[in-house]
Design a protein around this ligand. Sequence first.
Ligand SMILES: N[C@@H](CCC[C@H](N)C(=O)O)C(=O)O
Length: 287
Amino acid sequence: MKLKFTKMHGAGNDFVVIDGINQHIDFTPAQWQLLGDRRFGVGADQILLVEKPSQPGCDFRYRIFNADGGEVEQCGNGSRAFVKFVSEKGLTDRRSITVETKAGVIAPRLELDGSITVDMGAPVLDAARVPFDAEGLQGVAQGADTLWPLVLELGGAKESVLVSAVSMGNPHAVQIVDDVDTAPVELTGPLIEHHARFPNRVNAGFMQVVDRHHVRLRVFERGVGETLACGTGACAAAVAGIRRGLLDSPVRVDARGGQLSISWAGAGQPVWLTGPAVTVFEGEIEL
Ligand SMILES: N[C@@H](CCC[C@H](N)C(=O)O)C(=O)O
């Protein structure tokens, strides 16, 4: 079949976005992988599928596939691309929509200045529900957070890093580093992603605190590798920093591909994500 798609990005986290309302989509993991492949396919960190909702009260259903072909629960930068896509394609004339995801309902809004704000829902802070297996582990209390020691095997040597376990619908392990530019993201990112304590694997965040309202962040994403920005990663990092007593809302998050802003009023409250979404080009691919 010939598939129509739109290439988009949010702060450099790039997407292939597909209208699954006007096209019949029933792909295998290998086909999702091909779409994400930068050499043999289109190339993207995630492929986003727009569908009709299955839940009453929602405008759309939003499905997310990582570049490795696996379907995941949530994608923050993608949610901004999603609302821009459905607006540009005339699939809705509303600027505020509700969107069903595997992780629950989120609410993106197209602002008049072109930026997009998303109610990402409340973070999950209970380690078992992230999910993180804390059995037999002694956590370290910092502020309202518990930091978990993760032992990493580095070429025969063992190193322990302290992470906050946060779910934004998808799992995140956030650690604090002195300098994101020299943090061993490529080396330890894959070890954290596949650490046995995270049964569903995890997105590994490396956060440098600049001041109480400003951080720098790199994320080694599950199913992708390091991306230029991660929206849920930015939410999880801000939540972890606020809980540790190091940050105050709102938090400016500088990723390598752009700037995001996160607001959070505390436990049980939704996390608000603001940032850009850009349409790059339209295309067609034979699948
Ligand atoms: N880039 C995303 C997160 C996409 C999913 C993630 N790789 C996972 O596997 O959970 C974002 O902007 O949130």
